[in-house]
Write a protein that binds this ligand. Structure first.
Ligand code: 5GP
Length: 443
């Protein structure tokens, strides 16, 4: 194809970032130019479309145009790699000269993308088998230490403290990328004479992190590099972290030993706020697409749904109105539902979306849905943030689900235990000791 460079990218499991898995003809600098946000970097690829960019330096869709310019890249074509009809990666071709791509070029790239899809799927299977094998091995060696999910092999980290840092981030569900970008700091005769590659990038916080040991000579050198980096790249958010700094940073976002002092009783964090927000944006996209051209009434049951409702509605690109109901439980086992606050407005002939925080046995939702159906809405669907499927007794239809949660008692992000914990920005599992012998409480 007379291309000057090629890159094969794989989407991470959250479909948020494109990770380079193979390249040809591109410089190290170009490859370490930073993580590619899948939604910003040629978003049409996510929709399974081919993307063509005639002039990389001028096109808004190019995430790092200055670097493309410095590398002499003119035209780019991106073709999605599809697995089971969904985008799982991308092939990108780069040329120095501006050029068009013929139908024959495109069809050739589609064939290569199909082959990549097969390779990706086999690689994923291989990785899963390997992980399973290692986990079993580790469990055999020490039954007390649960295996922590690591995205990289230990040997890929330059220093053991980096591995610890990655494990801690995993524990608190904070997404990270290891050394995804190198920053040129000094040039000599047109060539890069010095570069700096921070250890981590935390996409949810848009933050680069360099870990430090406390050895003074290394610290001085790192500080010098960081000063230079900040001067050259003022838009880049970077922190030098020693262990204490790191714990303080986590606490700021409600995580870590320091942060958890104020949330006693939380066994572990299940979903960070950033992860919840990402999932909500995806749900809102699907809902907006399904109801295009229609008006929607969102109905929530007080009080557990307040956080979810507030965030979800802000991302809907539809005209919406809101209504709330309140219920109480009575009867011997607390499983008889009574509506204590009904809707303000009629829903007859309206498209209604019931928004729920959590569906557990399904009894509450089942009762509410039959109550709402009796008012003859034009349509009635359900969107729940959490689905505790393992405990379902009544088979209620769920049209949009945020996360399927394990059979544990969860709190935070609106969900309470005895009226508390609603204000936590994350969803966590309550310490089982606290609720021994008790069933779920109503919202
Ligand atoms: P159902 O069993 O009827 O599906 O759920 C009834 C209600 O129980 C939910 O709306 C919620 O208020 C409460 N519930 C069920 N599981 C949990 C949980 O894990 N955490 C909290 N905070 N509430 C729950």
């Amino acid at each position: 194809m007379q291309a000057n460079g090629c890159r094969i990218l794989s989407l991470n499991s959250q479909k948020e970032y494109l990770i380079t898995v193979g390249t040809y003809g591109l410089s190290d600098l170009y490859l370490k130019k930073g993580p590619l946000d899948a939604r910003k970097s040629l978003p049409d690829i996510l929709e399974g479309k081919v993307v063509f960019i005639a002039d990389a330096a001028k096109d808004e869709r190019v995430q790092y145009p200055q670097i493309a310019l410095a590398q002499g890249i003119s035209s780019i074509i991106g073709v999605p790699v599809l697995g089971k009809g969904e985008t799982i990666g991308e092939i990108r071709i780069y040329t120095h000269e501006p050029r068009q791509f013929s139908e024959a070029d495109r069809s050739f790239l589609h064939s290569v993308a199909d082959m990549c899809a097969v390779v990706f799927e086999r690689a994923e299977l291989h990785q899963l088998l390997e992980q399973d094998h290692k986990t079993r091995g580790r469990r055999k060696k020490s039954s007390q230490v649960p295996p922590l999910p690591t995205t990289l092999e230990s040997s890929s980290f330059a220093h053991p403290s980096e591995e610890d840092f990655a494990k801690l981030l995993d524990f608190y569900c904070i997404e990270w990328l290891y050394e995804p970008r190198s920053f040129p700091l000094r040039w000599q005769g047109g060539k890069i004479a010095e570069m700096f590659t921070p250890d981590f990038y935390l996409p949810e916080l848009d933050l680069y992190v360099e870990l430090t040991t406390l050895k003074q000579n290394l610290l001085t050198e790192k500080n010098r590099k960081l000063r230079q980096l900040r001067e050259l790249y003022p838009e880049v958010n970077i922190r030098l972290l020693n262990k204490n700094d790191f714990l303080k940073l986590l606490a700021k976002y409600g995580y870590g030993p320091l942060g958890e002092a104020k949330v006693e009783g939380i066994d572990r964090v299940l979903y960070s706020n950033a992860k919840i927000q990402r999932r909500i944006r995806t749900l809102a996209r699907h809902i907006s697409r399904d109801y295009t051209g229609q008006r929607l009434v969102l109905i929530g049951i007080l009080k557990g749904v307040v956080c979810f409702m507030a965030d979800l509605m802000q991302h809907l690109s539809l005209p919406v109105t809101l209504d709330f109901m309140a219920i109480s439980y009575y009867g011997g086992d607390g499983q008889v539902v009574k509506i204590t606050r009904d809707l303000d407005s009629s829903i007859t002939g309206q498209h209604v979306l019931m928004v729920e925080d959590i569906v557990d046995t399904g009894m509450t939702l089942n009762y509410i849905l039959s109550h709402l159906s009796a008012h003859n809405p034009a349509s009635l669907r359900v969107c729940t943030l959490l689905d505790k499927r393992a405990r379902r007794l009544v088979n209620v239809p769920l049209d949009y689900v945020g996360f399927e949660v394990p059979d544990e008692f969860v709190v935070g992000y609106g969900l309470d235990y005895k009226g508390e914990y609603r204000n936590l920005p994350f969803i966590g599992i309550l310490h089982p000791e606290l609720i021994k012998g008790e069933g779920p409480t109503p919202t």
